[in-house]
Design a binder for this molecule. Structure first.
Ligand SMILES: O=C(O)CCC(=O)C(=O)O
Length: 183
């Protein structure tokens, strides 16, 4: 039983891919300067304001109703990143319809969830400081360290069968997640 459990704890979700050093130190610096100029919004969910703050491009997402509507297209500062993520996803950059930029101050988590059903594949980029991303499903648990400048893909089972979560960060961090829409 013990052996079986430790096997389950180590099973990497299918459809989860990790890319260390997805962007360079110079690119990360420029992106952070750009992110710091954005108009950050609070997330209101079930009457509570989350600790992390967000900016949406392409699609605005309403956390309480889990609905979305078109908003400002991605600015030019993000174009290279969208193209690079699309190459990894083997899709046209135009298929990336939602860009969510998140700022996690010290102590901010993101709770257990699967991404909203209108989205398909997810490409995430981590900036500034590392964090841990945890996964859980009927098949077990898995955790992955997300280094600054790394990228990850969530698709297939990792996206649909597993939930993911980032425990409260010990040191501030940004992420840029890019999503395609489910057809
Ligand atoms: O910050 C991250 O890398 C993950 C964000 C996330 O899980 C989400 O936006 O659904």
């Amino acid at each position: 039983m013990q052996k079986q459990l430790s096997f389950l704890e180590n099973s990497q979700p299918k459809g989860l891919h990790y890319f260390p050093e997805f962007i360079s130190v110079e690119e990360e610096k420029k992106l952070i300067t750009f992110l710091q100029s954005l108009d950050w919004k609070n997330i209101h969910m079930h009457g509570v304001i989350a600790k992390r703050k967000v900016v949406h491009f392409g699609m605005d997402y309403y956390y309480d109703s889990r609905t979305f509507s078109p908003t400002t297209p991605a600015p030019k500062e993000l174009h290279f990143l969208i193209k690079r993520a699309a190459d990894k996803l083997k899709i046209d950059p135009g298929e990336i319809k939602e860009i969510l930029i998140s700022y996690y101050p010290v102590g901010a988590p993101i709770g257990w969830h699967r991404d909203a059903p209108m989205f398909e594949s997810v490409f995430g980029v981590s900036l500034l400081n590392p964090c841990t991303m945890k996964f859980r499903s009927d098949s077990g648990n898995y955790k992955m360290e997300l280094a600054p400048r790394s990228g990850y893909i969530l698709e297939g089972e990792a996206r649909w069968k597993w939930q993911h979560h980032i425990p409260a960060v010990k040191i501030e961090r940004y992420s840029i997640t890019m999503r395609t829409m489910k057809s």
